[in-house]
Design a protein around this ligand. Structure first.
Ligand SMILES: C[S@@+](CC[C@H](N)C(=O)[O-])C[C@H]1O[C@@H](n2cnc3c(N)ncnc32)[C@H](O)[C@@H]1O
Length: 251
């Protein structure tokens, strides 16, 4: 019996790989982790496409109930679906590790992730520095980390993943992310964030209606990126091809 950790991609029910779909169809129980990301389709769209009932794994089930899932995988084939790719939110490493420690067979089926989908911007993936996230400021009023990461990344590009609370239908926009960085700048006054800074806002990467918009912070601040999910990039030093891509996305 096996625990399958399956990435289901970024867009709709059809983004699962053929291999992933074949495994889901033969599994005895299917969990969906839905608190670290969001698809552009509903859970019932997934259930219809897979022809399987889905159990929603909320933060409590996965972070405290890992043991339960592992115990189930000793008896049955269990699929654990992750939006995007499997290990691009660290939470799931615990599940994998626990399975290994308990000698439970565990297999990983990879898929696309926001971490690679940002390649469409034209910014070279191997020139990104540390990825950081921007939490809702009301939860972290003394927030400085994303600002410090931007500073430490120096000439490298910085990807900011934005906070989300799917259970409350709350998703941070690029606009709010820029506002939060501006608030940190006004406290730290190190001159990293200013109206002329080149920033790249991305929405719904990997989906048919994705948006990439590059421009000065003063322009992007008011740009409407539409529905979730959004992320933000602040480019570092660019090659001329990267600069040309920025021009392409600034129209
Ligand atoms: C914790 S990450 C989840 C990563 C996911 N497991 C993956 O592999 O893509 C969630 C954050 O990444 C960003 N994100 C995820 N998917 C995105 C997409 N398709 N377009 C833009 N941003 C996205 C958003 O900022 C979102 O709040």
């Amino acid at each position: 019996m096996t625990l399958y950790l399956i990435g289901i991609g970024l867009s709709t029910e059809k983004d699962i790989t053929v291999k992933g779909l074949e495994i889901v169809k033969k599994c005895d129980k299917v969990y969906l982790e839905s608190y670290t990301s969001l698809l552009q389709c509903s859970v019932s769209d997934l259930e219809t496409f897979y022809d399987k009932e889905i159990v929603i794994a909320n933060r409590e089930i996965t972070e405290q109930g890992d043991e339960k899932i592992i115990a189930e995988a000793q008896e049955k084939d269990i699929a654990f679906l992750i939006i995007g790719d499997v290990f691009s939110a660290t939470t799931h490493v615990q599940l994998f590790k626990l399975a290994k420690e308990k000698n439970v067979s565990v297999k990983v089926i990879n898929n696309a992730s926001v971490l690679t989908a940002v390649g469409v911007t034209g910014l070279e993936l191997y020139k990104f520095g540390k990825v950081t996230s921007i939490p809702f400021i009301e939860d972290h009023p003394n927030l400085e980390t994303p600002y410090n990461v931007l500073k430490d990344n120096g000439d490298l590009h910085t990807l900011f993943l934005l906070d989300l609370k799917p259970a409350e239908d709350k998703f941070m926009t690029v606009n709010v992310a820029l506002e939060i960085l501006g608030k940190i700048e006004s406290k730290k006054k190190e001159g990293l964030i200013n109206d002329d800074l080149l920033v790249v806002g991305c929405a719904r990467l990997g989906c048919d209606n994705f948006i990439v918009k590059a421009g000065k912070l003063s322009e992007i601040r008011a740009f409407d990126f539409g529905g979730p999910l959004h992320c933000l990039i602040i480019p570092g030093k660019m090659h001329f091809v990267e600069e040309e891509m920025m021009e392409l996305w600034s129209d």
